[in-house]
Design a protein around this ligand. Structure first.
Ligand SMILES: [Zn+2]
Ligand SMILES: [Zn+2]
Length: 457
């Protein structure tokens, strides 16, 4: 009797699909999360796998990729509550055989079952034990990649409309970088993952501009007494960190006050430029941005991650101010060069750099002094610092998916032109990066479904 493995955190959905297969003479085995599913796939080697796209911890795409890396034979079907074309392509890229909306229909499954796949590789029990999946101990996930204001809608669906929020999981620690509107979805996902278990996490804020804190009043874990949240950041430009965070929840802006949140929330103002979060050493540096704005570099066992969501190049601003103050341009250039070389030093050999690339070079000329990046200067900074992978970040709210892709292509062109090595991506909501492998020969994989136009070969 053929066997199907069902991987879905929703028990009802598993039961429905199991019934469908049973009617056609199939046995089922079940897993309620991705990691267990991958292990079962290796141990049992079923004929078919049906996996939900949106699983807690690791997504259906990651499950598909991990299984396909080791096993050729089982057909893998990804199912979801909704269908986007870009997801369908991503499923095929990940090694899936089909992508269907729930509820599943047998005729569609039958067509996939009939289609030939490469012959099944026979594994000894020892080999299948060796295949046991070990999720990487450091993962980065983008929950919000936009600057200034959330811009949901059809033209931003590829890269996402939420403002700044990035999750880092490393060796059991949860570190959240900034609390823009993306933190709402992250909060929902964390609660789903942890259930009644307490969540301990650190929220590291770069600064208190609204696009970096506006999601905090909607962060579900803050509303649960079981959870402990440590908020770290430097003092805001005009008031203490605690005052600013509480202010956005004051009457008449919000119905629940900061002090009424049931979770244990500790706000700690940072005084040093080097500190630790769990086993992660963090270095910080103040950036070229209005007010107090820090950039962070996190040193994990698997490599370092630098997060500089808001940062302007030094030289154009210095020159603009010099023209106003009557300073000699040569002097302004020299001052800018010193500041820049310090930043290069701060970023030297970073594995993953998430950097403000809000403006094209042309648009930046109209916005000197607004505190944000210009594409070619972003690329040259990353090149000079010998960064391994650069993520363009803090996308302009006026830039639709097409514009961001255009900028990405422009950035990649600049890298080619330089003759040097640098991988460039545009940060995309929902994309995950895994840092894995020993420090010297580590590999980076981006688990993400990229918009169609980026996959042109
Ligand atoms: Zn910002
Ligand atoms: Zn800002």
């Amino acid at each position: 009797m053929p066997t199907v493995l069902l991987i879905d955190d929703d028990a009802e959905s598993r039961t429905r699909i199991a019934r469908l297969f049973a009617r056609h003479g199939w046995d089922t085995i079940e897993a309620e999360d991705g990691t267990a599913g991958i292990d079962l796939a290796f141990a049992e080697q079923p004929n078919m796998i049906v996996c939900d796209l949106l699983l807690p911890r690791i997504s259906g795409l990651q499950v598909c990729r991990a299984i396909r890396e080791k096993l050729d034979s089982p057909k893998i079907i990804i199912v979801a509550g909704r269908i986007y074309d870009i997801d369908r392509d991503a499923v095929l890229e990940a090694g899936g055989d089909g992508y269907f909306v729930k509820p599943l229909k047998w005729d569609k499954l039958a067509a996939v079952i009939k289609r030939p796949r490469r012959p099944r590789r026979k594994l000894t029990p020892r080999q299948s034990r060796a295949l046991k999946f070990h999720p990487p101990s450091t993962r980065i996930k983008f929950w919000g990649v936009r600057g200034s204001i959330p811009v949901p809608g059809p033209s931003t669906i590829g890269y996402g409309g939420n403002t700044t929020c990035v999750e880092v999981r490393t060796n059991g620690d949860i570190i959240i970088l900034d609390a823009g509107s993306g933190i709402r979805e992250l909060g929902l996902a964390l609660e789903k993952e942890f259930g009644t278990a307490p969540i301990n996490l650190t929220l590291l804020l770069t600064h208190t501009h609204w696009d970096h804190i506006q999601g905090l009043p909607f962060f579900l874990p803050a509303y649960k007494a079981k959870n402990s949240i440590r908020v770290l950041g430097y003092e805001g430009a005009r008031a203490g960190l605690a005052t600013i965070l509480a202010a956005q929840m004051e009457v008449p802006f919000f119905p629940v006050s900061w002090s009424d949140l049931p979770g244990t929330i500790k706000i700690q103002e940072l005084k040093k430029m080097e500190f630790s979060i769990g086993k992660v050493r963090v270095r910080s540096r103040f950036l070229n941005h209005p007010g107090v704005c820090a950039g962070y570099r996190l040193f994990t066992k698997e490599g370092s991650i630098a997060f500089l969501p808001d940062n302007e190049p030094f030289e154009p601003l210095k020159l603009k101010l010099a023209a106003r103050d009557g300073t000699h341009p040569q002097r302004a250039r020299a001052q800018a060069a010193v500041q820049r070389s310090k930043l290069v030093e701060f970023l030297k050999d970073t594995d993953v750099l998430i950097l403000d690339a809000q403006y094209t070079d042309e648009k930046y000329q109209e916005h000197i002094g607004w505190g944000h990046g210009a594409l070619s200067r972003v690329v040259s900074l990353a090149l000079e610092a010998r960064v391994k992978k650069l993520f363009l970040f803090h996308h302009d709210p006026a830039h639709d998916d097409r514009k961001i892709e255009e900028m990405l292509e422009g950035a990649r062109f600049l890298v080619v032109e330089s003759g040097r090595q640098l991988e460039v991506e545009a940060a995309r909501e929902g994309a995950e990066i895994w840092l894995s492998g020993p420090a010297r020969a580590r590999s980076l994989s981006v688990i993400s479904h990229l918009p169609r136009s980026q996959r042109r070969s």
